[in-house]
Design a protein around this ligand. Structure first.
Ligand code: MLT
Ligand code: MN
Length: 311
């Protein structure tokens, strides 16, 4: 199974278009150790020919342009794509806006939970993907699903999905009921265990509000974990002066702190652990920083666009 992290940044990307915080600003000037990153997406292939995208980022056009494996093969028909399916882990804008760029009457399959499919259904602009050409398939919240292409042919990629502590997408928040926007465990946000013919498995969890005993047990023994690396400290966006929200308020747990991901998974048996979905305020983006060194010393890798994993 081949995996390519085609987008390693959180919503907004890095540098973010309107951000002048020191990290975005340094990345813009090409400072060493600060790689630009596109928004959150993972490509997976079991046979090296057909690819499954996990989330469709607003940067998908650029991601395809940077990834030859996702482009029509030179000897292919006049309209074609190696992209067989898109699996959504939630309906956040950085995970679904790219669907609009996949129009052009090209068959592929769309998989998502009932909640995420309802958002696609409720927004008629997504009808640029005619469901007769791009079938919408519901991911059951239990058991394994063999991911198939639009015609129903198996891709060799299996997905087991499970709800993770999260929240509804920012734009779906009910402003009159702030308490209802937190702590959703129902399937607004899921994690996925991805496996192929090799029997190895990778967990992809780009958004997660909390590590509980259930999640810890689930990832125990994993060959690889790609996990929410949005913020380094919970209040870093406030400290950076770019916003009023904590990571927790956005449904993302911090890397550090007692309730953070590094501490929460310190004793788990996971062969390889990689942070993805990294926000433009996170100091680990600077490869020369003390924070980057600290995360590496704790056994974590920091994803960058184009990072490849073979399992
Ligand atoms: C998130 O991950 O919290 C969202 O992508 C934020 C956003 O809407 O950009
Ligand atoms: Mn996001």
């Amino acid at each position: 199974m081949r995996l390519k992290i085609i987008g390693s940044a959180a919503g907004g990307g890095f540098p973010q278009w309107n951000c002048n915080y020191r990290l975005s600003s340094a990345a813009r000037t090409g400072s060493s150790g600060l790689r630009p990153r596109t928004q959150s997406s993972l490509a997976v292939s079991s046979d090296g020919v057909g690819w499954i995208l996990f989330n469709a980022s607003p940067d998908i056009r650029q991601q395809i342009a940077q990834t030859p494996e996702l482009q029509p093969p030179p000897d292919g028909p006049v309209r074609c794509t190696p992209i067989r399916a898109v699996v959504l882990t939630n309906a956040d804008v950085d995970h679904i806006a790219g669907l609009l760029s996949l129009r052009e009457r090209q068959p592929f399959a769309l998989y998502a939970t009932k909640e995420a499919l309802a958002t696609v259904e409720a927004n008629s602009i997504f009808n640029v993907l005619d469901p007769a050409i791009v079938p919408r398939r519901r991911l059951p919240l239990a058991g394994a699903t063999a991911i198939c292409d639009a015609q129903g042919r198996e891709t060799g990629v299996m997905v087991e999905n499970f709800p993770v502590p999260g929240k509804v997408a920012l734009y779906l928040e009910d402003k009159s009921r702030p308490e209802a926007n937190f702590g959703s465990d129902r399937g607004d946000t899921i994690g996925v265990r991805i496996s192929g013919a090799t029997g190895k498995s990778v967990f992809y969890i780009p958004g997660c509000a909390r590590i509980d005993a259930l999640l810890r047990a689930r990832v125990e023994g994993a060959d690889c974990l790609l996990f929410d690396g949005t913020v380094y400290t919970d209040d870093e966006m406030i400290a950076a002066g770019v916003g009023e929200k904590t990571g927790a308020r956005m449904g993302h747990l911090a890397m550090t702190g007692d309730a953070g991901s590094i501490a929460g998974l310190a004793n788990a048996n996971i062969a390889r652990r990689v942070f993805v979905h990294i926000n433009n305020t996170n100091p680990v983006l600077d490869e020369n920083s003390a924070e980057h060194a600290e995360v590496r010393a704790a056994g974590w890798e920091v994803a960058h666009d184009g990072m490849e994993l073979e399992l």
